[in-house]
Design a protein around this ligand. Structure first.
Ligand SMILES: C[S@@+](CC[C@H](N)C(=O)[O-])C[C@H]1O[C@@H](n2cnc3c(N)ncnc32)[C@H](O)[C@@H]1O
Length: 593
């Protein structure tokens, strides 16, 4: 029998042993990465009984004219439901998803299960992560293989979001850009030891996707005073030709021939150098007027140069040419390196030449300090307390997608800044990008803010000020997202895609707006404003005699562009009955989705 003492000892030993086992178990089960307690969400549980539906309700269009492009889409409602509906019509169709989700600051910005998450809510991070993961998982199905996901975020959830994205996209798949989003001024700066000036932009995608982005070069902030020598007897056309021959920052791309060396020498025959001051005075500029000089420098950047020490090999190549008497009487001549790269150098000191025009712009890095945040209130002509994102930021992100027909999705659309940026970029470069914007009914934002902003852009009537500006061309389909109880859906007769989804697909794929239809959903379509003719035949059966007559009347209506017949059902080719009636029409077969 154990003494009380030995009993106590064995008990404490046992406790120690258990503690050690527990520690080992904890250590061995610990994972690298993000762990949280999943939180239920009513919008998600609803999907156990209901199915999301998109109902198109209206159509906004700028006045007729070129550049309207394909319709954009603005959906109001719960974004989880919208994403699921869009997955049926836009799987792997999106080039860029940009989102600006609630930052979970605890300051009534993040609503979960219909209540705001407070700063002392013990599940606040778990709720936010569950909310984001649910949406991001579906959003990933919408991205093309080379598509990119871009997310604005601040310090509150940055660390957790980057881990979540790595879980979804893989290790090392996320890049962070730091964006200056506030000025170091104003009352709110006074209370903080480290005033908050920055936010982050996280960029994620499959391998190679983020590197495929092409950020436009930025104007350098200040003129480089080293470009202070002007070329006399030179022309902008000569600089353009030099670039074709490979001179400048992209010199690796052209292999220079001997004949081209001779061409360049010829180009510089008679070209001399002078100080920028002398050149400006000859142009009638008051060189003491700094502003006038700055403007003159930028417009004359094609002939302003600086010289640098080109290194031993460039100098010896130039020296050999001079020794051989190939450049007699010339101030500047060409050098061809053994790899066929073009350099220009002065004959008097063998220094190489750089043009100001080639160095006026610079690549953007991963710290963006040039986004102005002071005039944001006026953007879009609407007020928005949740924080509008600057047009400059959005244009930079969207403009970096290397295709002007990109599909851009923003499912935390708010005031509609992303749609505005897409419309404006299209108007400027003739692009045909399409935007899908989704935002919830919180505070009636779609009615009070988003739609007035879109309308203002397209009509040119700025909502808040009453002033008029040039309208931005475009057309936007408006729709609502709702849920239909599954038990109201008859699986035997219901089509795999709702008519609304078909319309969405047709409209986005063919740039058309349904005019009318026959068949069971005629009423819905008749409510649509007129646009390019689309005939929806939502039945798998052939039309009956009366319906055939109606179809015939529609096809004979004399319209010639954008004709699309949309059909459900198992037809592979145009059905025989439709062949005659619809010859020359495009066929949008829903089964290929
Ligand atoms: C930070 S704001 C986005 C602002 C936007 N980038 C802009 O420039 O106007 C986030 C928006 O997402 C909306 N939102 C939040 N949760 C949502 C949800 N579950 N479904 C749809 N919209 C939601 C909010 O109502 C808010 O309008």
């Amino acid at each position: 029998m154990n003494s009380p003492n030995s009993n106590q000892l064995s008990l404490s030993d046992r406790i120690r042993d258990l503690e050690s086992q527990l520690r080992d178990a904890t250590l061995s089960s610990k994972r690298l990465g993000l762990v949280w307690t999943p939180q239920e969400e009513t919008s998600a549980t609803q999907l156990m009984t209901d199915r999301p539906r998109i109902q198109l309700t209206d159509f906004l269009k700028s006045s007729e004219g070129p550049g309207l492009g394909s319709p954009h889409l603005f959906l109001r409602g719960e974004n989880l439901h919208a994403l699921i509906a869009l997955r049926a019509s836009h799987r792997r169709a999106v080039d860029l998803i940009y989102i600006d989700p609630p930052y979970n600051t605890g300051n009534k910005d993040f609503r979960y299960n219909d209540r705001f998450i407070a700063p002392d809510d013990q599940w606040r991070h778990s709720s936010w992560l569950s909310f984001m993961e649910r949406r991001l998982r579906i959003a990933l199905d919408l991205l093309k293989d080379d598509g990119v996901l871009a997310i604005s975020i601040d310090d509150n959830e940055y660390a957790r979001l980057i881990l979540l994205l790595e879980q979804l996209f893989g290790d090392g798949s996320v890049k962070t850009v730091v964006v200056k989003m506030s000025e170091l001024a104003g009352p709110k700066m006074g209370h903080n030891a480290l005033p908050k000036l920055k936010e982050y932009l996280l960029l994620a995608g499959k391998p190679g996707a983020v590197n495929g982005l092409r950020f436009p070069k930025q104007q350098k902030e200040a003129w480089d005073v080293n470009y202070k020598t002007a070329l006399k007897g030179f022309s902008p056309r000569s600089l353009a030709r030099l670039r074709q021959l490979g001179h400048g920052p992209v010199s690796e791309e052209h292999v220079l021939t001997e004949a081209e060396v001779a061409e360049v020498d010829q180009m510089f025959a008679g070209v001399t150098t002078e100080s920028e001051k002398d050149a400006a005075i000859r142009d009638g500029i008051n060189v003491k007027d700094k502003a006038a000089m700055d403007v003159w420098r930028v417009t004359n950047a094609w002939r302003l140069i600086q010289t640098t020490n080109g290194g031993g090999s460039v100098q010896s190549l130039m020296g050999s040419r001079i020794k051989r008497g190939e450049l007699s009487g010339q101030a500047i001549g060409a050098i061809r390196t053994p790899r066929g790269i073009l350099y220009l150098a002065q004959t008097k000191d063998l220094r190489t030449i750089l043009f100001a025009d080639d160095y006026l712009t610079t690549r953007v890095g991963d710290i963006w300090t040039d986004i102005s945040t002071t005039s944001l209130a006026g953007e879009g002509g609407v007020e928005f307390k949740n924080g509008k994102k600057p047009q400059k930021l959005l244009r930079r992100i969207i403009g970096a997608v290397p295709r002007t027909d990109a599909v851009v999705l923003d499912f935390f659309g708010g005031s509609g800044s992303t749609l505005e940026a897409v419309l404006r970029l299209n108007a400027e470069d003739g692009g045909t990008r399409r935007c899908i914007l989704v935002t919830g009914e919180e505070d009636n934002i779609p009615t009070t803010t988003t739609i007035p902003r879109i309308q203002g852009l397209m009509t040119g009537n700025v909502p808040s000020s009453g002033s008029t500006v040039l309208p931005v061309p475009g057309q936007v389909l408006l729709g609502t997202v709702s849920c239909v109880p599954q038990n109201q859906i008859d699986e035997t007769t219901d089509h795999p895609f709702s008519l609304e989804e078909v319309l969405l697909r047709a409209c986005t794929a063919y740039g058309a707006v349904p005019e009318t239809s026959v068949g069971q959903n005629a009423q819905l379509l008749r409510e649509f404003p007129s646009g390019l003719p689309v005939i929806i035949w939502p039945e798998t059966r052939e039309p009956n005699e009366e319906e055939l007559k109606e179809l015939g009347r529609l096809t004979a209506s004399g319209q010639t562009v954008g004709k699309v017949l949309i059909q459900f059902g198992p037809w592979g080719d145009m059905p025989i009955w439709a062949e005659n009636m619809f010859s020359g029409w495009s066929l949008c077969d829903m089964n290929i989705l």
